[in-house]
Design a protein. Structure first.
Length: 367
C-alpha cells in the first residue's frame, strides 16, 4: 500500500469539503435564488455576515488557546483555576462560562454556537426594525456597533449570568449556547429546531475531517452513567435567559408567533437537547436520573414559553383608533335604543310624556 507524505491531507479530507461545495452549487442552481439569499442576509446583517457570532466564537477560542494554555496542551488545558465554584473566587465565575475542560467540550459548544447563534443574531438584527429610521442616528442603532459591540457584550453578560446564578460548580459555554437557542426559539421555533439538528451535522463533518478513518475493538469498560456531569442547571438557566430576552424583543417590536409552532418547537428542542436529564447524587457512586420529572419539566416550560410569547398585547382603547370607533358605535346604538325605549313607553293620549315644563328641540327652539 502506498504511503502518502504526512503533510498531505487524506483523500477523505479533500472529498468532504468538495462534496459539500458541489452540493451547495447544485442546490443554488435548482433553486435559482437570483440574489434573494444575499439580499435577505444583507437586510439583517452588516454586509450579510453575522459578525457578532464570529466575534463571540473567536473570544471563546482565544480563552481556550491562550488563557487555558490550549495552544501548547490542546488535549489537556488548565481547567481547575477557571471553574466557577465560589463567589469569593472572581477568576472562576468570570472565566468559567468561556472556558472548557477539553477539545471535545470546546468543539461541542462551538458547533452549537455556529449553528444557532446566527439565527439568534438574525432576530436581533444589525439594522433598526422601524422603516425609515436612520441607522446612524444613535449609537444603539449603528449597525457597526450592534454587530461588533452590543451583540458580543450581550453574549458576555449572559455568560456571566449563567456563572453567577447557576447552583454548583460549572465550566463551559453551554449555558450561552442554550441562551442562543431560547432567544431564537421565541421568533423562529421551527428554524431553531433545524439549526440544532444542523449542529450535529457540523460536528460530524468536523470529526470526519479530523479523523477520516478510525478503528475500534470490543472491550469491557466501567464508568459513570452518561447523565453524570451534565450541567442541567446551567443549560436550563441559559435557555430561560434566552427566552426572556427574546420575549422582551417581541414585546418591543409588537411581533407575535404561532402558539402551536412555538409549543412544538420548545418540546422538540427540550427533548432532543436532553433538558429533561434531571439527576442527583445518592451515596458515593450512585446517580439517580429523574426522567419522568424531566419530561414534565420540559412540557411545562413549553407551555409557559408559549403563554409568555403569544399573550395578547393589543393596545388599549385609548390608543387604538379601531377600538375607539368600536366604542363610539356601541354608544350610538345605546343612545338610539334608549330613545326608542322612551318613545315606546310614553302615554298614547294627548298627555305629554314629560312634565309640563319647557323642553328644547334639537334645533334649540322651545316647544
Amino acid at each position: 500500500m502506498v504511503q502518502l507524505p504526512s503533510w498531505l491531507p487524506a483523500p477523505e479530507q479533500v472529498a468532504i469539503p468538495l462534496a459539500v461545495l458541489l452540493s451547495l452549487v447544485l442546490v443554488r442552481r435548482l433553486d435559482g435564488p437570483s440574489g434573494r439569499w444575499g439580499q435577505r442576509l444583507r437586510s439583517r446583517f452588516l454586509l450579510g455576515v453575522p459578525w457578532g457570532t464570529l466575534v463571540s466564537i473567536a473570544g471563546v477560542l482565544a480563552v481556550y488557546l491562550f488563557v487555558q494554555q490550549g495552544w501548547n496542551h490542546w488535549r489537556n488545558p488548565v481547567t481547575l483555576p477557571f471553574s466557577s465554584w465560589s463567589y469569593l473566587y472572581p477568576t472562576g465565575w468570570l472565566l468559567a462560562p468561556f472556558s472548557h475542560t477539553g477539545p471535545g467540550h470546546l468543539v461541542g459548544n462551538l458547533t452549537t454556537t455556529l449553528a444557532v447563534a446566527p439565527l439568534a443574531e438574525y432576530f436581533f438584527g444589525h439594522f433598526p426594525s422601524k422603516r425609515g429610521e436612520n441607522p446612524f442616528f444613535s449609537r444603539t442603532s449603528n449597525p457597526w456597533i450592534r454587530a461588533f459591540v452590543i451583540f458580543p457584550a450581550g453574549v458576555a453578560l449572559v455568560g456571566l449570568a449563567t456563572s453567577v446564578f447557576a447552583w454548583g460548580p460549572i465550566i463551559g459555554f453551554s449555558g450561552v449556547a442554550f441562551a442562543f437557542v431560547g432567544f431564537a426559539l421565541v421568533r423562529y421555533p421551527l428554524m431553531t429546531v433545524v439549526a440544532v439538528s444542523a449542529q450535529g451535522a457540523i460536528r460530524t463533518a468536523y470529526r470526519a475531517m479530523r479523523d477520516p478513518v478510525i478503528q475500534g475493538s470490543a472491550s469491557r469498560s466501567f464508568g459513570d452513567p452518561w447523565w453524570f456531569g451534565i450541567a442541567v442547571q446551567g443549560h436550563a438557566l441559559g435557555l430561560l435567559l434566552g427566552i426572556l430576552l427574546g420575549v422582551a424583543v417581541l414585546y418591543r417590536r409588537r411581533e407575535r408567533v404561532g402558539a402551536l409552532r412555538l409549543w412544538t418547537g420548545t418540546v422538540v428542542l427540550g427533548m432532543s437537547m436532553t433538558l429533561w436529564a434531571l439527576w442527583w447524587y445518592r451515596g458515593e457512586s450512585t446517580y439517580v436520573l429523574y426522567r419522568g420529572l424531566g419530561v414534565v419539566f420540559v412540557v411545562a416550560l413549553a407551555a409557559l414559553t408559549t403563554v409568555a410569547a403569544t399573550a395578547d398585547r393589543r393596545p388599549s382603547s385609548a390608543t387604538c383608533p379601531a377600538s375607539r370607533s368600536a366604542c363610539w358605535r356601541c354608544c350610538s346604538r345605546w343612545r338610539s335604543w334608549s330613545a326608542w325605549r322612551s318613545r315606546s313607553t310614553s302615554p298614547r293620549s294627548g298627555t305629554p310624556a314629560y312634565p309640563a315644563t319647557a323642553r328644547r328641540s334639537k334645533s334649540g327652539a322651545t316647544t
